[in-house]
Design a protein around this ligand. Structure first.
Ligand code: ATP
Ligand code: MN
Length: 483
């Protein structure tokens, strides 16, 4: 039997094994030839820091020395010693170096220098081997773990809602069709339409845009549920905040009113951000420095007042500003920005849909902290939101974050059967298509609420990265599904 006996670099750097014989394995980040000695920087992804390996060229074959190049994979056995050099506390004095996998220096694209994020996006198969992406994806792991931990501690049950769905009635966005029909020669009905009765599910199906409707079924049985799954939107929006495939966290809670919903969202966001600060300190500090350097490239008036870590801390320490849509419209309409026509879409009257520029104005310029907007006009929100007594607003709430805009969208749901049916009809939704959803309102209906948090939008905020394509390992967006 063979075993690797490897110790992870994160463990070696803690120093307890100093003086011992150990084996490290990883990829070469850098190589320097000193006087009578080779310094190799080895990284195994277990943490941001690399391990310095000291290789004696007189006891290592020329062939091995030649093969130690940036990108190559090594197994190094040696003695862990206190480091003489600065920048690290321990280093590995190599006895034996085995080259597990070579990397042709002429062809390996990730060199020890600064590559642009755009360049690295085209090298998505290798970009995780950089400090930046290593940090981002370690944080991504911890953040998703924090989400599960938060809900578990609060007594929620994780519910797996379907990825393939037939309900095209949610209206959250454009959908991807799922079919096994022959695209070249699909079966047709007598009217000449494509006959989805002959398709795999005997109906037309899509990739889900939200697990909410099924989530509501769970909540009206288990009480408190959340989903955390992949979500798909075929919207052709080439923005830095939209993906065609993203991950959404959707809690749904029976007996919750809108305000309980806001409290839950705020508590959750603060919990996971605090968790990241506590568990990802090294990676966050690295990204904070990175972001600070990026800031320096910007003109003075566009630089943000706070660094990444201060921004995270600030969110933890301040209650989110809560205000109604109506109040927000007043602020926006009377703002200098609106008067001087600096918005692309000017705010003229109540009822206008808020664009990202308005959301960001409220958060970044006016309140300078996260904002929860609630009670939106019914006409610009989904059919399932609880109609208020005024008859023209619904109990919706969006949470807006600095640098991002909308990070959470949620509502209290319409629990009254007649009202819901009427609202669905007004949105052109056929009740038959959603018969199962409507039945929850006929059998033991209760007030309930929930929201959707885009996991990658949260990642943007926590990591300080500015393009959503850089916080998911393999981004899907129009024209791109290579990796
Ligand atoms: P936006 O107006 O920003 O496009 P939305 O109102 O269409 O978002 P919702 O349907 O409310 O989004 O979805 C809930 C949450 O999912 C949003 O608050 C956001 O965090 C996230 N989200 C929505 N669409 C996308 C997308 N295409 N890529 C990544 N995250 C998304
Ligand atoms: Mn929304």
């Amino acid at each position: 039997m063979k075993s690797s006996k490897r110790t992870e670099i994160v463990k070696l750097l803690q120093g307890q094994q100093t003086g011992q014989q150990v084996t490290a394995m990883g990829w070469v980040r850098n190589k320097r030839e000193g006087k009578n000695v080779f310094f190799v920087t080895l990284n195994d992804g277990s943490c941001l820091q690399s391990l310095q390996v000291v290789v004696d060229p007189t006891t290592t074959s020329d062939e091995v020395l030649r093969k130690i190049s940036v990108g190559a994979a090594l197994s190094v056995n040696g003695t862990l010693v206190a480091s003489q050099g600065k920048g690290q506390s321990v280093e590995l004095q190599a006895n034996e170096v085995v080259v597990l996998g070579e990397a042709d220096p002429e062809k390996y694209p990730i060199q020890p220098k600064k590559h642009s994020l755009e360049f690295l996006r085209e090298k998505a198969h290798l970009r995780m081997r950089t400090n930046t992406f290593g940090a981002v994806f370690r944080i991504r792991h911890h953040l998703q773990f924090a989400v599960h931990q938060f809900f578990n501690q609060e007594g929620f049950f994780n519910l797996h809602t379907p990825i393939i769905t037939a309900s095209d009635a949610e209206g959250a966005g454009e959908m991807f069709q799922v079919t096994t029909l022959d695209l070249k020669n699909p079966p047709r009905t007598e009217e000449g339409e494509i006959d989805f009765k002959k398709d795999f599910f005997e109906r037309s199906t899509n990739l889900t845009v939200s697990g909410q409707l099924e989530g509501e079924l769970g909540a009206t049985a288990l009480g408190k549920i959340y989903t955390f799954g992949p979500t798909f939107r075929a919207e052709n929006s080439n923005t830095s905040r939209h993906l065609a495939e993203f991950w959404m966290i959707e809690p749904e809670v029976a007996f919750y009113e809108l305000e309980d919903n806001m409290d839950l969202a705020e508590r959750m966001l603060k919990y996971v951000i605090r968790y990241a600060l506590e568990h990802c300190a090294e990676d966050l500090e690295f990204l904070a420095q990175r972001a600070a350097e990026e800031e320096k490239q910007k003109p003075q008036n566009e630089r943000s007042e706070m660094g990444l870590l201060e921004r995270l801390q600030f969110v933890l320490e301040h209650p989110f500003e809560r205000l109604s849509y109506t109040e927000a419209i007043e602020i926006l309409r009377n703002s200098q920005h609106n008067r001087k026509k600096k918005f692309q879409y000017l705010i003229e009257e109540w009822g206008a849909d808020l664009q990202s520029e308005h959301e960001r104005y409220l958060v970044e310029k006016h309140f300078k902290k996260p904002v929860i907007l609630y009670n939106y006009p019914a006409a610009i929100k989904a059919f399932y939101m609880r109609l208020n007594e005024d008859g023209n607003t619904v109990r919706a709430m969006d949470i807006l974050f600095p640098g991002i805009g909308e990070i959470v969208g949620g509502s209290q749901r319409e629990e009254r059967y007649d009202e819901l049916k009427e609202r669905a009809a007004a949105f052109g939704i056929e009740p038959e298509a959603l018969w199962w959803y409507l039945e929850t309102r006929r059998f033991g209906t209760v007030p309930h609420s929930g929201f959707g948090l885009g996991f990658e939008r949260l990642m943007l905020f926590v990591t300080g990265m500015t393009n959503i394509r850089d916080v998911i390992p393999f981004p899907r967006f129009p024209g791109s599904a290579e990796f």
